[in-house]
Write a protein that binds this ligand. Structure first.
Ligand code: FCB
Length: 460
């Protein structure tokens, strides 16, 4: 029986369409299948056991999140992690990507560590390992300690020292059991939205803050790679980048699309993997750089973590900070329920572009569909649209691997429905439905489909 009752997998299996799997023959024999989550989006318990506040706790109080949702309870994973690890085990994943909440282990962001917070991740990691699943730990999924943001956050170069000390603490505490580390998740998203597009400041001051933040996050990445490498024998380290083709909405928007590509796709991977900022942003970065910085940023990594959902359509906007805004998708392109274009061929091309440009093994660390799932009258969640999406995207990944891209793993976003940032709990990406009032977990049809796919892939 499913957690929470309802019809069993076979009843729902009869009703899910399409059931067939994409071709998988191009993937390596040791390919890793996983799921991803992040701390603020699932943990809840934001004021428990000495956790400090993060910038997202503060932001949730501004009234800008849909439905005025907050992360206070989220999926209550802080208390329910054993059940969630049980779900992963049942799914059959080989790897679980999660993030550590910096303010849970260092409530002020620096200084005295919080033992109960550290102990929570001990228990989680032990449970994941006991389930035969490899933990993949991401240091930063957007929840900066508020105490550090108050001191300037990423806009001050002091942030590099703060982050390095935090990375060293995590490495020393968990490095005996965790070998896979990511420094940052999607640095372009939190720097562009946190310091550039938002903020309500004059454009010049936002641009200055944004460029500084970009540089300090890049420096923090390089320093954290060294801190992890020095403390964790056998570690395997990377960063997680979103990389999405920026397509002009009309031919007149081509320059705007280039600007978007520079900041969205290249502001972090280029200096981290190729040792230089994109030409178009060099002048803006210059005032924030010191001699030797590019070498500090370009530290050897073991892989490229890629998050990808869809391309972005871009239009020119003379009033926008970087000259671009988000445009509409052409009418003939279908979209997910939350409005993201479905273009698996663009995913295949992205994988080939990333493989060629950066020459690193790729782990696909996020991909999935955002919808408005609901249990039906018999209590099951039939998310055929998610299954069709995953099937098409995994097929596209297989095509990229067959064409030579070195892809080593694929992680679905997400194990659970969760706090989807500005959309609150309204948009659902989970393979597992979360009934928030009761916290009951209901594996969706896509959960069973993905579990069967993993089994089939591993039997090859
Ligand atoms: C990515 C984020 C992740 C989640 C998905 C839908 O940009 O890394 O936290 O919100 O999008």
């Amino acid at each position: 029986m499913l957690p929470g009752g309802g019809a069993g997998p076979s009843a729902e299996a009869e009703r899910r369409q399409p059931v067939e799997y994409p071709p998988l023959g191009g993937l390596r024999r040791d390919f890793i299948w996983g799921v991803s989550t992040s701390s603020f989006q699932i943990e809840g318990a934001t004021r428990e056991d000495g956790r400090g506040l993060s910038v997202w706790d503060t932001y949730c109080q501004t009234g800008r999140i849909a439905n005025h949702d907050t992360g206070d309870v989220a999926c209550d994973h802080y208390h329910r992690y054993p059940e969630d690890v049980g779900l992963m085990q049942r799914l059959g994943v080989q790897a679980y990507r999660f993030s550590v909440a910096w303010p849970r282990v260092l409530p002020q962001g620096r200084g005295t560590p919080n033992e109960p917070g550290l102990a929570f991740y001990d228990s989680l990691i032990d449970a994941v390992l006991k389930a035969g699943i490899e933990p993949w730990l991401c240091l930063y999924h957007w929840d900066m300690p508020q105490a550090l943001d108050d001191l300037g956050g990423w806009t001050t170069r002091d942030s590099v020292g703060w982050f390095t000390d935090y990375a060293a603490l995590v490495a020393a505490r968990y490095g005996d059991r965790v070998k896979r580390f990511a420094t940052f998740n999607e640095p372009s998203i939190f720097t562009l939205f946190g310091y550039g597009f938002g903020g309500g400041e004059r454009a010049t001051s936002s641009a200055d803050r944004m460029h500084r933040a970009i540089h300090h996050v890049n420096l923090s990445h390089g320093a954290a790679v060294d801190a992890l490498r020095a403390r964790v024998p056998g570690s395997s380290i990377g960063a997680i980048h979103n990389y999405q083709p920026c397509l002009p909405s009309t031919p007149a928007d081509a320059r705007a699309a280039d600007s978007c590509d520079t900041y969205w796709n290249r502001a972090f991977p280029d200096p981290q993997c190729l040792g230089a900022y994109p030409q178009a942003m060099q002048a803006a970065m210059e005032p924030h750089m010191q001699a030797g910085d590019l070498a500090r940023i370009q530290r050897p990594v073991d892989w490229f973590g890629l998050n990808h959902y869809s391309p972005i359509f871009v239009k020119a906007d003379a009033n926008a900070l970087l000259g671009f805004a988000f445009g509409d998708r052409p009418a003939d392109i279908s979209a997910t329920p939350n409005g993201w274009p479905i273009m698996p061929d663009a995913f295949r091309d992205t994988l080939l572009t990333v493989a060629k440009r950066f020459g690193l093994p790729i782990y696909m660390l996020e991909n999935g569909l955002g919808g408005f799932d609901k249990p039906d009258e018999s209590g099951v969640v039939i998310d055929n649209d998610r299954i069709a999406y995953l099937r098409a995207y995994i097929g596209a990944m297989n095509a990229a691997a067959s064409a030579g891209a070195d892809i080593r793993g694929y992680f679905v976003w997400s194990l659970l429905d969760n706090f989807e940032w500005d959309s609150g709990y309204g948009v659902r990406f989970g393979l597992t439905y979360v009934d928030y009032p009761t916290q009951r977990r209901i594996p969706k049809a896509s959960f069973h489909w993905y579990g069967d796919l993993i089994k089939a892939a591993r039997l090859r």
